[in-house]
Design a protein around this ligand. Structure first.
Ligand SMILES: [Zn+2]
Length: 343
């Protein structure tokens, strides 16, 4: 088969590789669409240590089952599927406690951090364990289905936030995950959705996605403006979708006493933490990691038109042009939302 192989750091080559064979609990999926994730772009140069070459990246994908292992009973050739990006062990303590996203020895598709290597979906075919497969509804396209992962990451943060109808929420960072958080807040009953970003272009997208109020982070009277929108108390819940000291602190600063900050962004290993503010105002700070069962719900939201992803798909291009598009994204020559590669 053809695959986009990371042969060495900063060197992607579209080439022939051996066809993969499914084990008894796995299926072979003919890839129809696979999105380029920010973590793939960062992984390209070795800076994250999570894409050790040679390997095939790609974990936001969809396709058609073309072969099933001998123990696979509930899936058949021709099924249109997407899949979780986490391959989790079924007998792990955390999995059995309902927290498979936190299971020990979990692996991520298209990731190679040294302790394991799992080839991903920037290829004609990919091997997928049956327990992470999800059926794509008939009216959802392969490209839309490839966006499920990003929406599911956003939905997980909403789910753990415990949001109630009428809550006043702030989203810090209007990148793709931030945009999906905004869209999901709208259908979760948030009364006020306030969005803060450094880019007016992103804020425009936030407005179109359901934000009621948008502010540049450089706005001088930001605190006062947010207080005015929240009955002079501050926000009930904030969602941080960047992961830097400034933005984490901002997401804590604008909370009311007893409020909750849900941290999704994690590009920094450490940040400054406003300890006294958190303690004396009894704030709750929650980490949100990946996805825990949100796939099925996202696919239903797509099927019923409750959430749209088309506005976040910038281009769909052939997998053979993968190196070119990766290069453009890496060098930040283009400011795009999702680039989807099609084998
Ligand atoms: Zn991703």
């Amino acid at each position: 088969m053809k695959a986009l192989v990371l042969e060495e750091y900063n060197k992607l080559v579209y080439k022939d590789v051996p066809d993969p064979e499914p084990e008894k609990n796995e299926v072979l999926v003919k890839v129809m669409a696979c999105g380029i994730c920010g973590s793939d772009i960062h992984g390209l140069d070795g800076s994250t240590g999570r894409r050790i070459p040679p390997m095939i990246m790609g974990h936001e994908a969809s396709g058609i089952i073309t072969k099933t292992g001998s123990d696979v009973k509930d899936w058949k050739e021709g099924d249109r599927v997407t899949f979780d990006s986490t391959v989790y062990p079924l007998d792990d303590w955390f999995t059995l406690e309902g927290m498979y996203n936190l299971s020990d020895n979990r692996e991520v598709l298209g990731v190679s951090p040294g302790t394991y290597k799992r080839d991903g979906a920037f290829a004609e075919y990919v091997i997928i364990p049956q327990h992470i497969l999800y059926k794509i509804p008939e009216n959802v396209s392969f490209e839309q289905a490839a966006m499920t992962e990003a929406v599911a990451v956003a939905l997980h943060s909403i789910n753990i936030s415990g949001i109630k109808p009428g809550d006043k929420c702030v989203v810090v960072g209007a990148g793709m995950i931030g945009i999906f958080i905004i869209k999901l807040l709208k259908i979760s009953g948030a009364s006020k959705i306030i969005v803060i970003d450094i880019s007016s272009k992103r804020l425009e997208q936030a407005k179109n996605s359901g934000a009621g109020y948008t502010f540049l982070s450089t706005d001088e009277n930001l605190d006062e403006k947010i207080m005015a929108i929240t009955n002079n108390r501050g926000a009930d819940i904030s969602f941080e979708a960047v992961g830097k000291s400034e933005t984490v602190n901002l997401s804590i600063d604008i909370l009311r006493k007893g409020g909750k900050a849900v941290l999704v962004g994690n590009i920094s290993q450490k940040v400054d933490f406003p300890l006294q503010k958190v303690v004396t105002r009894e704030l709750k700070v929650l980490g949100s990691c990946a996805i825990r069962g949100e796939y099925e719900i996202v696919l239903e939201l797509l099927e019923t038109g409750k959430i749209s992803v088309d506005d976040q798909i910038s281009v769909v291009v052939p997998l053979s042009e993968g190196a070119l598009w990766f290069g453009r994204l890496y060098r930040r020559e283009i400011d795009l939302n999702k680039v989807i590669l099609k084998p």
